[in-house]
Design a protein around this ligand. Structure first.
Ligand code: UD1
Length: 432
């Protein structure tokens, strides 16, 4: 298993290019199944999760080719209506194939995703939407088994206890575009990734109104054609690099930050005292701990502060003098990184979905364990700022969502190396 070995305290300098958005790519890949002809996606990030989704689509019968960030998906052979446990277990977003299965094949047998390191992640809202469109749903032996003669448009809400759901909105939308008649979805998610899906579906011939709004109106069409689409830059990767600049007292240019989608993150950075400024070369981000002050953050659905940036900001706030508070409202248990940051000397207490962070003057490098994708990013950021050596274990989590993060950080001057267990043993042996 790979690890990152990081020698901290190097201010990052230089420029970085952000890859295509993982969370925008995954639903678009599933949506390609809805068409009667091939689709081509450009700027697809080369990640473990996009590879897993490609495997899922192939398993269902589609032909998927991926080269140089271009993905061609030919859905002609899409006949299989089953997504087995082993696939969904690897990546929850595999459930995105359920909408296209119901729309194109009239049936689906998809393994129920379980909980994950960030807590319970139900799919009740996905099922509510499919059922409103006329599908008969049952849970059998850990699988959702769904069947429908013909999906029919309906009016319903997809809002849950934690607000709107990105996954449910995308999944149900993919079913509604081929349903008979009109569908009105209340409480729809407004995330940019949902808007990307809507843009792609429209190119395919779907009739959808209301992108970026709470209510989506869909007029079902008889068929869809393949389309071409360039994936937007990843707002979470861009945000992570912004924090990397701030936490290392660095000064970097992000060549293609999708700033339109990053208001909440950029305004928090400003509030803390880091600087983010648009220049002719890209977005310049710089700052110094001398000027930083603590802040309060509450995660919420878009355009609120994204839960996917919570862990990274916790790493930064761990070093900001004073007391900061983070309230996590989307995934109340998403705090496993706090204990790992504390192993590096941070002073963070977590209680009932709230973290109290008392800034410490320094972090010290330590072996730490990545528990999920964004927690891993927080530990890498902690390592970049810490004194001495940090070893981040289980970096396969980070490979799910950050393309070549170590190469991008190295190009900015960071001292970060990817090593396998064997290499670490050898290095320890030669040092003995
Ligand atoms: C997506 C993102 C993930 C991000 C999350 C929230 C992808 C592949 N993943 O996940 O990175 O952290 O949005 O921005 O795009 N919920 C229900 N019932 C459901 C579905 C969701 O109660 O049927 C709850 C969830 O438990 C959570 C909230 O709704 O509390 C938001 O979840 P959702 O937006 O669906 O997240 P995902 O689409 O799974």
């Amino acid at each position: 298993m790979d690890k990152f070995v990081i020698e901290g305290r190097v201010p990052l300098r230089g420029s970085v290019w952000i890859s295509g958005s993982k969370n925008a790519t995954l639903p678009l890949m599933a949506a390609a199944l809805l068409a009667d002809s091939p689709s081509t996606l450009y700027n697809v990030p080369d990640l473990r999760d996009t590879g897993t989704m490609a495997d899922v689509l192939r398993f269902l019968g589609a032909d998927v080719r991926f080269e140089d960030h271009v993905m061609m998906i030919d859905p002609a052979g899409f006949r299989n209506h089953e997504a087995p446990y082993d696939m969904v277990r690897k990546m929850r977003a595999s459930v995105y194939v359920m909408g296209p299965m119901l729309a194109k094949l009239g049936r689906a047998r998809v393994s129920m995703p379980g909980g994950c390191a960030i807590g319970p992640r139900p799919i009740d809202l996905h099922l509510k939407g499919f059922s409103a469109l006329g599908a008969k749903m049952e849970i059998e032996h850990g699988y959702v088994v769904a069947q429908v003669e013909k999906l029919r448009g309906a009016e319903f809400s997809l809002s849950g206890a934690a607000g709107s759901s990105v996954g449910a909105t995308c999944n149900v939308l993919m079913a509604a575009v081929l349903a008979e008649g009109e569908t009105i979805i209340h409480g729809a998610a407004r995330e940019p990734e949902v808007c990307e899906l809507i843009a792609f579906l429209r190119k395919m011939g779907a009739e959808i109104e209301g992108a970026g709004e709470r209510v989506l109106r869909v007029r079902g069409v008889k068929s869809l054609r393949g389309a071409r689409h360039t994936i937007v830059a990843d707002r979470i990767e861009a945000g992570t690099f912004m924090v990397a600049a701030a936490i290392t007292n660095g000064d970097i240019i992000i060549k293609n930050a999708p700033l339109d989608h990053m208001d909440a993150v950029v305004s928090k950075l400003h509030e803390i005292g880091a600087r983010v400024e648009q220049t002719p070369d890209g977005t310049r981000v710089w700052g110094s701990f001398e000027n930083y002050s603590p802040t309060n953050i509450q995660t919420w659905t878009y355009p609120g502060f994204p839960t996917d940036m919570q862990a990274q900001f916790m790493a930064l706030l761990a070093l900001v003098p004073g007391t900061s508070i983070i309230r996590e409202t989307i995934y109340v248990d998403r705090f496993l990184h706090a204990a790992e940051l504390n192993r590096m000397g941070a002073n963070i207490q977590v209680l009932n979905g709230m973290a109290t962070i008392i800034g410490v003057p320094k972090l010290s490098g330590a072996p730490v364990m990545a528990s999920d994708l964004r927690a891993s990013a927080a530990l890498v950021l902690g390592g970049l700022a810490a004194e001495g050596t940090t070893v981040v274990n289980r970096v396969y989590h980070i490979d799910r969502g950050y393309e070549s993060i170590e190469n991008k950080l190295t190009a900015l001057g960071a001292k970060i190396t990817r090593v396998s267990d064997d290499e670490l043993e050898e290095a320890a042996g030669s040092a003995r």
